[in-house]
Design a protein. Structure first.
Length: 340
């Protein structure tokens, strides 16, 4: 997709200065493209989604001037946007029945975009500053109980190289709380067996070190013995990648999801569980065992502590259940009363 000059500058900033992934940059671009469409529509000007128009001209060429002119219009409208226009856009999204979470994300995109423009002196005031984010319903992340995690981890067979690989994947996901995208990016030398840590490349190319359990390391070592034997007889094996597919190339996140779906079914667990559920389970279990919130934030690689705080709701709920089971309310018992 061809973006206007102003939008493209912002996307380049995300990619090359903030080190955002290509996928994340595309999501920002899609949000800003939609906002540009809204602006041109609201102003009564025709917008062609930033695409080059391939209409033949009198010389047999193509007329790309229309798209260029459209992008100039979008730039002009973006730079002249005010707070009322932003609020009108949110009302438009609400009328289109977008979820509160989606609207909040699109507003966050605009907030970052206009903050960038202010920093670059493209505009003097950020029109999004005075706009409040729609209040969202907080959904508690789902997690597995200890027994469920144990059942899932023990499902892959350890007597085959693919089974050993899948067991190592599940063990690593739960033992470190790593994201699936971070897991598939692991290389052989990212695992420090002596120091019992894993070197992780997270979002925005930020690196962190996460402890890993000795039991998980044993499973990884078992898998690596299988892997190295197969690599000796297959020149296509990527020598640096830790988790590979049957052809010796780096696994994809989609492949990890498919493998997990397979073992969830075999273990008799809810098929709606995702690899990210193991990350939620790791965080919840850490807090249940007494870890402080700041430590869990660092282990998960969260930039903001507020992102990690959602897990405190899970642990508080659990504590209340344990308390109620251990100390039933005397008032609920026949003839029950509290002695002072």
């Amino acid at each position: 997709m061809e973006y206007s000059t102003t939008i493209q500058k912002f996307l380049d900033y995300l990619r090359f200065e903030k080190r955002f992934s290509e996928h994340t940059a595309k999501c920002y671009g899609a949000d800003l493209g939609q906002f540009g469409e809204f602006l041109t529509s609201a102003s009564g000007e025709t917008h062609h989604e930033g695409q080059a128009i391939s209409a033949p001209d009198q010389h047999g060429g193509t007329a790309t001037a229309v798209a260029t002119q459209t992008n100039i219009q979008v730039d002009r409208l973006l730079l002249s946007t005010d707070v009322n226009t932003v609020r009108a856009y949110l009302a438009f999204l609400n009328d289109k029945q977008y979820s509160k979470a989606t609207i909040a994300r699109k507003l966050a995109t605009l907030r970052s975009f206009y903050k960038f423009l202010v920093k670059r002196n493209e505009i003097s005031d950020n029109p999004v500053v005075a706009v409040r984010t729609p209040k969202q319903e907080k959904k508690l992340p789902r997690y597995l109980e200890y027994e469920e995690v144990k059942r899932l981890l023990e499902t892959p067979p350890m007597d085959s190289w693919l089974g050993a690989r899948d067991r190592a994947i599940l063990e690593t996901l739960y033992s470190t709380g790593i994201r699936v995208s971070e897991l598939v990016a692991l290389n052989m030398d990212d695992v420090d067996f002596l120091g019992e840590v894993v070197h992780i490349r997270g979002k925005g190319k930020k690196e962190r070190i996460a402890p890993i359990s000795s039991s998980a390391l044993q499973v990884i070592q078992h898998y690596m013995e299988f892997r190295n034997k197969r690599a000796q007889s297959n020149a296509n094996f990527d020598s640096k990648v830790l988790f590979v597919n049957k052809h010796g190339r780096r696994l994809s996140t989609r492949s990890v999801r498919r493998k997990m779906d397979k073992y969830l079914k075999m273990a008799g667990l809810d098929p709606a569980i995702s690899p990210h559920t193991l990350r939620h389970s790791f965080a919840t279990h850490m807090l249940n065992k007494g870890a402080d919130l700041r430590s869990v934030q660092e282990l998960l690689g969260h930039q903001s502590l507020s992102t990690t705080q959602i897990y405190t709701h899970l642990t508080t709920t659990k504590l209340k259940e344990v308390y109620e089971n251990a100390h039933p309310r005397e008032a609920d018992e026949p003839g029950g009363h509290i002695n002072n």
